[in-house]
Design a protein around this ligand. Structure first.
Ligand code: ADP
Ligand code: ASP
Ligand code: MG
Length: 409
């Protein structure tokens, strides 16, 4: 008997009809002789609705009470799906994160899973029942409810698959796999039948929201067999696997767009050792993740220090920089929240030169100005004005022939 973790995202459980469809799908998997552990997201739009409710009371909802509020979305869907399963004659038991005991650190709104107590889940599965677990939530050592960051149900699913040594972790969503780019931006985008953990990690961290980045990190670390599939149609989806298992490597596997980016800049800081850490230290202390960093030195001995953060952290980052600007004798603090990050990703980049120049040339032909650049072995990212978002994705997708059958993996 195989143990399969099946995670269904918000759209898949968007209304009562869809919840019943998901229940039928799970019932079929049980009838095939599998033991099924389900992880659910909140019904689509629910987490946003709860957040905007909080915003009607406080301008920047964060912290403990935000997590108490946001975690309710998933509690609704697990109860409804368990009822739908019972209706089909499939015994099911729902569990919140704290009922399972998905232990996290105490960083509200972006907590990290530290440990999972699988005792109750195992007992439920051994009893021949389906365990239905609320995604996106956990509990800290003091018993406070925490959430794992937007898209966090993917991470719950993979972490549970690792903890219970499941045979496969299936992520059911509203697209039938991982595509060369977001199929909502480029309809000609192609489904990848396989992609490496490393590429998927880059794609997730660069904006392909089909999988949360921490989910891919867990899958790669614990070698969880991870597959992305559609809950609306049958198919084999996309398998996320190791590089050795992939027969033919494409030069570029995907193009990503991250709209959740903002740029901040400390202008005219005296150029002396320790400047970078004096700027980034207080930012890190506020649990803000910094992405791209550029430092330019001018002839007058001053330096401009620019970096990007997620758009949700923009106001807080500007506030922190303004607070430290005077002590650092900086001339000015500036910011721009209307920027996006475009990236190309592919393990094939390791063995091919000239990809960056091809990328920059294609963008310049469309008069797209590049504001920042960063590269790693398997990706090149640039920051551009957000008005070029879709155009930029289409230009890069076409430049690297991603819709053509020639590059099929
Ligand atoms: P769920 O609610 O099921 O977790 P998400 O909305 O989080 O679903 O993720 C699925 C969405 O990710 C798709 O609808 C698609 O628009 C988007 N997406 C972005 N990039 C990609 C990609 N490269 N491949 C597939 N989907 C992508
Ligand atoms: N409901 C949460 C969100 O909307 C978690 C998830 O769907 O994965 O971000
Ligand atoms: Mg998601």
């Amino acid at each position: 008997m195989s143990l399969i973790v099946q995670k269904f995202g918000g759209t898949s459980v968007g209304d009562a009809e869809r919840i019943k469809n998901v229940a039928s799908r799970i019932a079929r998997s049980c009838a095939d002789g599998n033991s099924i552990l389900v992880v659910l997201s909140a019904m689509s739009g629910e987490t946003d609705r709860l957040l905007s409710l909080a915003k009607s009371i406080v301008s920047d909802p964060r912290g403990r009470e935000t997590d108490v509020l946001l975690s309710t979305g998933e509690q609704v869907s697990i109860a409804l799906l368990s009822m739908a399963l019972e209706e089909l004659g499939v015994p099911a038991v729902s569990f919140t994160g704290s009922q399972v005991k998905i232990l996290t650190d105490n960083i509200y709104n972006k907590a990290r899973i530290e440990d999972i107590d699988s005792t109750r889940l195992r007992a439920t599965l051994d009893d021949g029942k389906v365990a239905v677990v609320a995604g996106f939530q956990g509990v800290d050592a003091e018993g406070n409810i925490t959430t794992l960051g937007r898209g966090g149900s993917d991470t719950t699913a993979v972490a549970l698959a690792a903890a219970l040594e499941a045979d496969e972790c299936q992520i059911y969503t509203d697209v039938d796999g991982v595509y060369t780019t977001d199929p909502r931006i480029v309809p000609e985008a192609r489904r990848l039948s396989q992609v490496t953990y490393e590429e998927m990690l880059e794609m997730a961290s660069l904006g392909a929201k089909v999988l949360q980045i921490r989910a891919v990190e867990f899958a790669s670390k614990y070698k969880v067999k991870l597959r992305v599939l559609s809950s609306f149609c049958d198919g084999i989806g996309t398998l996320i696997t190791t590089e050795e298992n992939i027969m033919e490597e494409a030069l570029i596997s995907g193009v990503t767009l991250n709209r959740n980016e903002a740029q901040v800049m400390m202008v005219g800081v005296p150029d002396r050792p320790g400047v970078a850490s004096s700027i980034l230290g207080p930012v890190a202390d506020a649990n803000i993740e910094v992405d791209m960093i550029v430092q330019n030195s001018a002839a007058d001995g001053a330096t401009d220090f620019t970096f990007t953060v997620s758009r949700d952290d923009y106001d807080l980052t500007l506030k922190i920089l303004n607070e430290i600007a005077e002590t650092l004798s900086a001339r000015e603090v500036r910011g721009d929240r209307n920027i996006v990050k475009l990236s190309i990703v592919g393990v094939g980049m390791r063995s091919h030169a000239g990809i960056a120049s091809r990328m920059f040339k294609a963008l310049s032909k469309e008069n797209i100005n590049i504001l920042m650049i960063s590269t790693s072995e398997i990706k090149i990212s640039i920051v551009v004005d957000q008005k070029y978002s879709e155009l930029g994705v289409r230009v890069l997708h076409s430049e690297f022939g991603l819709s053509e059958a020639s590059g099929v993996k």
